[in-house]
Structures are given as structure tokens and as C-alpha cells.
Design a binder for this molecule. Structure first.
Ligand code: DX5
Ligand code: ZN
Length: 224
């Protein structure tokens, strides 16, 4: 599976979002990762659906909306209407996670489910069939620029095998501390969608950073 790069606007200049998005899209990024924080599930507050709606007018890059909010069920409709292509909610925030996936699909979006570093894969095992993507957080959500948590590599690998064994298709996204170095490890473990904030927006040359994070294609050995 070809690697997808999803720059996170959390590390972009919020005063010039339109230009920042154009920069990463021109540099070859496939997705734009939008971090939505509510000040409750995580301490900070970022942006809401009205901002996403305005950004939708300046770019047709795939909008990958990462909801770090409590009660995601009350917000998915406004983000879908604002132009989200993928909506990811945290398993920790959803009482009826399977229903939420169905609702995201009814709104015409792809559904992702995220889990924190301290949350077990068992939380999402029954969702892999129906969700298009599982997001393994490789830092604790809330801030950009944190250090990659090495023990998440085993978790990514376990999820990769779980998906293979189920003979289903589901993307594995990773988010937090991704740079050209950790990229190799997460891709070897089985991740195919890589979010990166500081390593892209903090780089001198954005196109080079994206190319370095994408790296060389890795071939996995599949089980029959
Ligand atoms: C963290 C966010 C990430 C963040 C990643 O809570 O979900 O998307 O922007 O930032 P880096 O790549 O700098 O770790
Ligand atoms: Zn994120």
C-alpha cells in the first residue's frame, strides 16, 4: 500500500492557513490533517466547523478531520457539512462507537477511529470491519512537537496482523512524533497514513520534508 502523507495544521501558521494549505498540497501531500480540540477531551481549543468550511473553499485536498472532542456524535454533522472527507473520533469519547461509524457513513464521509497510547486495541477490534481507518496515537493527544512513544510500534504491528487475519481492508494511521526517522519504523510496523505536524511545517523545505517522511516503499510479507 502506498504511503499517504497528512500534514497537521496544528503546527501551521493559523494566521495564514490558506497559504499554508496550498504549500503542503503543492509539495505533494495527499491529505490535510485538521486537529479539532474542545478544551475538555484535551486541554487546548483549536478550530471548529466554520473554519473548516472556509478552508474548504481554498483547497480540494482530502480533509482528514481528527476530532479530539467529547460527545463527537453532536459534532459530526457540522464537520461533514463543512467539507470533511474523513471524520475520525476517539474511541474513548464514544459510547456507541459502531453507530457513530454508521452515522459518519450516512453523512457521506469515511470513518476513522482513534485510540490514545494508553488504550488497548481491544477497544476497536470489532470496528475494523466497518471503519475505513484506525488511528493509533503515537503521542498523547493535545500538542504538537511531542516525542514519539516507541512502545506504540508493537501495537501498530498487532493491528496490522489483526487486519490481515480478518481479510479486510482498513488503513492504519499514525499521529504524533512522526519524522523521517520514526517514519521508517511505523511503516515497517504496518502504518500507511502518516500524520506529521512539526516535522513538516517546522521544516526549512516543506517538499523535502514530505519526501523524507514518505521514504522508500516498504514491502510487507503477507500471510496466506
Ligand atoms: C496531537 C495532534 C497531532 C499533532 C502532531 O494531539 O493530534 O496531529 O499535530 O504533531 P507532531 O507531528 O508535531 O507530533
Ligand atoms: Zn491529529
Amino acid at each position: 500500500m502506498a504511503t499517504v502523507i497528512a500534514p497537521s495544521i496544528l503546527s501551521a501558521d493559523f494566521g495564514h492557513l490558506a497559504e499554508e494549505i496550498k504549500k503542503v498540497a503543492d509539495a505533494g501531500a495527499e491529505y490535510l490533517h485538521l486537529d479539532i480540540m474542545d478544551g475538555t477531551f484535551v486541554p487546548e481549543i483549536t478550530i471548529g466547523a466554520p473554519v473548516v468550511k472556509s478552508l474548504r473553499k481554498v483547497s480540494d485536498i482530502i480533509f482528514d478531520v481528527h476530532l479530539m472532542v467529547e460527545h463527537p456524535e453532536t459534532h459530526i454533522k457540522s464537520f461533514a457539512e463543512a467539507g470533511a472527507d474523513i471524520i475520525t473520533f476517539h474511541a474513548e469519547t464514544a459510547k456507541h462507537s459502531h453507530r457513530l461509524i454508521q452515522q459518519i457513513h450516512e453523512l457521506g464521509c469515511r470513518a476513522g477511529v482513534a485510540i490514545n497510547p494508553g488504550t488497548s486495541l481491544s477497544m476497536i477490534e470489532e470496528l475494523v470491519e466497518d471503519a475505513e481507518m484506525i488511528l493509533i496515537m503515537t503521542v498523547n493527544p493535545g500538542y504538537g512537537g511531542q516525542k514519539f512513544i516507541d512502545s506504540m510500534l508493537g501495537k501498530i504491528h498487532m493491528l496490522y496482523h489483526m487486519i490481515q487475519e480478518m481479510e479486510t481492508e482498513c488503513d492504519i494511521q499514525v499521529d504524533g512524533g512522526i519524522n523521517p526517522k520514526t517514519s521508517v519504523d511505523v511503516r515497517e510496523a504496518g502504518a500507511n497514513i502518516l500524520v506529521a505536524g512539526s516535522a513538516i511545517f517546522g521544516a526549512e523545505n516543506i517538499a523535502t520534508a514530505i519526501k523524507d517522511i514518505r521514504g522508500q516503499e516498504i514491502h510487507h510479507h503477507h500471510h496466506d
